[in-house]
Design a protein around this ligand. Structure first.
Ligand SMILES: [Zn+2]
Length: 413
C-alpha cells in the first residue's frame, strides 16, 4: 500500500526506507520501503491480519493505483460491520479493483455484491497469449450474404414444381386439342363435298342422277372420285342405255312422220326408258352406298367435336388454376422476400454496428471471469486494455481513454 497513517492519524506516503507508520485498515505497524526499483510503499511489519481480500501487492497494482488521484486510492469502505480496502474509489462512487491473480467465481460474486458499483481491471499480461481476438465481422457479413442469397433463390423457386406441372398439363392439352382439330378438319374435308346436298345421301343421289340424265354431264371435280367409284357397277349399263336413248332421240328427230320406222323408234324408246327406270334403283343404292362411306364420318366429326370441346374446357380450367397459382405464389414470394430482406438488413446492420468489436476466444478459458457481472477490462500491456462486452465481444481501449472516462463524471462502459 502507498498510504498509511502517522501518529497524528494523518494519511501519509512513505518518504524514506524504514519510516514507521500505521495501517489505516488494521492499525498494525507498517514500514516505509523507498528503494530505487519499486514504487515507494508501506509494508506491514509482521504478517498482519489485514484485509483478507487484498492479495500480495505487486508493482502492477501500485502503478495502476498511481494513475488515479491520491485521495481515490486505497479507500476503506465500511458496510454492514464489514470493511474492505478498495483499490480505487472514484468521485462517482465506482470501485476499481485491480486483480493480478486468479480468483474463484464465488469470490468475484462476493466482491461485486459488497462494492456494488465496481469494475475489474485484470492483469492479462501474463496470459494475453491465451486470449485470441479477431475481427469476424467481414466473415460474418460474407456468411449472411451467402445464407440470404441461398434463401432468396429457394424462395424464388418456391412451388415451381407444382407450377411446372400445371404448365406441362397446359402444354399437353393444347397439343391434344391441336391434333384433334387437325383430324377434324381432315374429316370435314371428306364430308364437306356433300355440303351442297346438306350432307344428305338421298339428295346427293338425286342430284347426280339428274346430272347424268341431263345433256350437261359436268360434275364438280371434287365429286369425280365418288362418281367414278368402282362400287358403281350399274353405272356402265346405265350410261350405255343413256347413249342408246340419245341416239334414239336423234333418229326420231330425223325420221319421216307416220312411218313404220317412227313407230319402231317409239317402241325402242319406251323399252330404253323402261330399262333405265329398272336400272335406276340399283344405281341409286350403289351411289348412296358410296356417299354413305363418306357421310358416316359425320358421326366421328360430332364425337371429335365433343372431345375437343371437353379438352378446351379442361384447358380453360387449367389456365385459370395456373393464373391463380401464379398469383398466390407471387404473393407468397413478395411477402416473404420482404420479411427476408428486413431480416437480412437487421442482421447486417447489427454486424456493421459492431464491426469494430473483436470476438474473444480463450485458448483455455478462465471460466471464473465468465460469471462476473461487473465490467471487465483486461490489461494486455502496451497501455492497452480489452473491454469485454457481455456477448463475449471485446474492443480495444487505450489506458489513457480509460482514465479519461473514469476520472470524469461520466462512464460509458
Ligand atoms: Zn493492515
Amino acid at each position: 500500500m502507498q498510504h498509511a497513517l502517522d501518529i497524528e492519524g494523518e494519511k501519509i506516503k512513505p518518504t524514506y526506507s524504514g519510516q514507521i507508520a500505521f495501517c489505516a485498515f488494521c492499525k498494525e505497524k507498517v514500514i516505509g520501503k523507498c528503494g530505487k526499483i519499486y514504487i515507494w510503499h508501506w509494508q506491514h511489519a509482521h504478517n498482519a491480519n489485514c484485509d483478507l481480500w487484498k492479495e500480495a501487492e505487486t508493482e502492477w497494482h501500485r502503478s495502476w493505483k498511481n494513475k488515479f488521484p491520491s485521495e481515490w486510492q486505497e479507500k476503506i469502505i465500511k458496510k454492514n460491520n464489514e470493511k474492505h480496502i478498495a483499490d480505487i474509489f472514484t468521485d462517482n462512487g465506482i470501485v476499481i479493483e485491480f486483480q493480478n491473480s486468479m480468483i474463484s467465481s464465488s469470490t468475484i460474486a462476493e466482491r461485486e455484491m459488497f462494492y456494488e458499483k465496481m469494475i475489474w481491471v485484470i492483469n492479462a499480461q501474463t496470459f494475453k497469449n491465451n486470449l485470441i481476438t479477431e475481427n469476424k465481422s467481414d466473415k460474418h457479413l460474407a456468411e449472411i450474404d451467402y445464407r440470404y442469397s441461398v434463401q432468396r433463390t429457394s424462395l424464388q423457386q418456391y412451388n415451381s414444381i407444382e407450377l411446372q406441372n400445371i404448365k406441362r398439363k397446359s402444354k399437353s392439352l393444347s397439343s391434344e386439342i391441336q391434333n384433334r382439330e387437325n383430324d377434324l378438319s381432315l374429316l370435314k374435308s371428306l364430308t364437306d363435298i356433300f355440303s351442297f346436298d346438306n350432307k344428305n345421301a338421298e339428295t346427293f343421289v338425286e342430284r347426280i342422277i339428274k346430272i347424268w340424265e341431263s345433256e350437261n354431264l359436268f360434275v364438280e371435280p371434287s365429286l369425280v372420285d365418288i362418281t367414278n367409284d368402282a362400287a358403281l357397277i350399274s353405272k356402265k349399263p346405265f350410261f350405255k342405255l343413256l347413249g342408246e336413248l340419245k341416239r334414239n332421240k336423234y333418229f326420231l328427230s330425223v325420221a319421216i312422220e307416220n312411218s313404220v320406222e317412227i313407230e319402231q323408234l317409239y317402241k325402242e324408246r319406251a323399252d330404253l326408258e323402261a330399262d333405265l327406270d329398272n336400272l335406276k334403283p340399283a344405281l341409286k343404292e350403289e351411289l348412296k352406298f358410296v356417299a354413305s362411306q363418306f357421310l358416316k364420318r359425320e358421326d366421328e366429326i360430332t364425337q371429335l367435336s365433343r372431345v375437343i370441346a371437353f379438352f378446351k374446357s379442361e384447358s380453360e380450367e387449367n389456365d385459370k388454376e395456373l393464373q391463380q397459382l401464379k398469383g398466390s405464389i407471387d404473393n407468397y414470394i413478395t411477402t416473404n422476400l420482404k420479411i427476408l430482406e428486413a431480416n437480412f438488413d437487421e442482421e447486417r446492420n447489427k454486424i456493421i454496428k459492431d464491426k469494430d468489436k473483436l470476438t474473444l476466444s480463450w485458448k483455455h478459458e478462465r471460466k471464473s471471469w465468465a460469471s462476473a457481472g461487473a465490467p471487465i477490462f483486461f490489461d494486455i500491456g502496451d497501455d492497452t486494455l480489452l473491454y469485454k462486452y457481455p456477448d463475449n465481444k471485446v474492443c480495444v481501449v487505450k489506458v489513457i481513454d480509460f482514465l479519461h472516462k473514469y476520472s470524469k463524471n461520466d462512464n460509458k462502459y
